[in-house]
Design a protein around this ligand. Structure first.
Ligand code: UT7
Length: 328
């Protein structure tokens, strides 16, 4: 029987040019570069201009990934866009991306799984490849969270940034790609990262706008506690299940939310700093885009190459988490 595998055939990122530094934030709200750096490791974040949008960042990142993979728009079978900050609640932004790319043979859908979205989407794409159904799938992580935060709320606005990155997963008969994965969810923590208004439970009204309920709210301390435990656990789970040891991992790419959480998880797992990819200092938390942006940068910096054993772990709203071991 023929077995199919999903090879990481291309990658690309698209990050807005505009940068906001901690210093600039400190001039506008009651915060400081020292506080943000010490508590999070973030120094600056990229944010969209008024005329830049989620669909465009996702399209640009996808184009770059397609170029690297050497495929045409007609060859794309499926586009999965992981995001919680689409252009519109309806239609799905995935169809805008499909149209912009001219990927006229592709199906397209959105996955809304907070910062864990890209890992969920990558695992989902791999199932379509393994079944033999599709040859080329674009998986995009994209966020424009700067439009969802209250820029007067220091609990959230200092943490997030905008950006997009995509990979092309391509069918091959050579054994490679996803080895093991673990997807988790604990909805009892649903209120810890929430946009209260804008869904159907609390639609946008004058009252909800006056109360600022359209903005992202976060219980940072609770998320911190959850993330510190779940990152290490989720990593260990996929390594154990695959029958590997931590030492065999060439590069660990964790969700870039907070440098302290990353350090804690790496230490718990026994991973040396040189095997851990960190770029949260330059981008802040780009939510579903954070893992793929880090993948793209790891390739650009020659920290990732064909044959490497890559471990990905993400966590986010839901609460959710996901991890995987991947042969590049
Ligand atoms: O992608 C998934 C989503 N999110 C996360 O992963 C976030 C996880 N959580 C965190 O990263 C951290 O909890 C934060 C960075 C959000 C906060 O760090 P912390 O060490 O947990 O601080 P804290 O919440 O315990 O707050 C300490 C103090 C508070 O003052 P009081 O109540 O002790 O007087 C805050 O009001 O720091 C204050 N504070 C700030 N001060 C200056 C909160 N935000 C700021 C700020 N600048 N930007």
């Amino acid at each position: 029987m023929i077995r199919y595998y999903g090879k990481l055939a291309g990658y690309g990122k698209a990050v807005p040019e505009k940068i906001i530094t901690n210093q600039e934030l400190a001039e506008r709200i009651d915060t400081s570069d020292e506080w943000i750096t010490e508590r999070t490791g973030i120094k600056e974040r990229h944010v969209v201009r008024e005329d830049e949008h989620c669909s465009e960042l996702a399209t640009e990142a996808s184009r770059r990934a397609m170029d690297k993979a050497g495929i045409t728009a007609e060859e794309v079978d499926l586009i999965i866009v992981a995001t919680s900050s689409p252009d519109y609640l309806t239609p799905p932004v995935s169809s805008q991306v499909q149209h912009n790319l001219g990927a006229n043979n592709a199906g397209a859908f959105v996955m809304v799984v907070g910062c864990t979205g890209f890992v969920y989407a990558l695992v989902t794409a791999d199932q379509f490849i393994r079944s033999g159904q599709y040859r080329n799938i674009i998986v995009v992580g994209v966020e424009v969270t700067s439009r969802n935060v209250d820029w007067n709320d220091r609990n959230t606005c200092v943490l997030f940034g905008d950006g997009a990155a995509a990979v092309v997963l391509q069918r091959t008969e050579t054994e490679t790609g996803l080895i093991t994965h673990h997807l988790g969810s604990d909805g009892s923590g649903f209120e810890h990262i929430i946009q209260v208004a804008g869904g159907t439970r609390n639609s946008v009204t004058h009252k909800s706008l006056d109360e600022g309920l359209q903005f992202l709210q976060m219980n940072g301390r609770e998320v911190f506690k959850f993330a510190s435990v779940i990152m290490g656990q989720a990593l260990k789970k996929v390594v154990d299940e695959a029958g590997y040891t931590i030492d065999e991992i060439d590069l660990f790419i964790p969700h870039q939310a907070n440098a302290r959480i990353i350090e804690f998880a790496a230490k718990q797992a026994g991973l040396p700093a040189e095997k851990v990819f960190v770029n949260v200092d330059k981008y802040g938390n780009t939510s579903a885009a954070s893992v793929p942006i880090a993948i793209a940068e790891a390739f650009e910096q020659n920290r990732l190459k064909e044959g490497d054993l890559l471990a990905l772990v993400a966590f986010g709203s839901g609460l959710t988490w996901g991890s995987c071991l991947f042969r590049v």
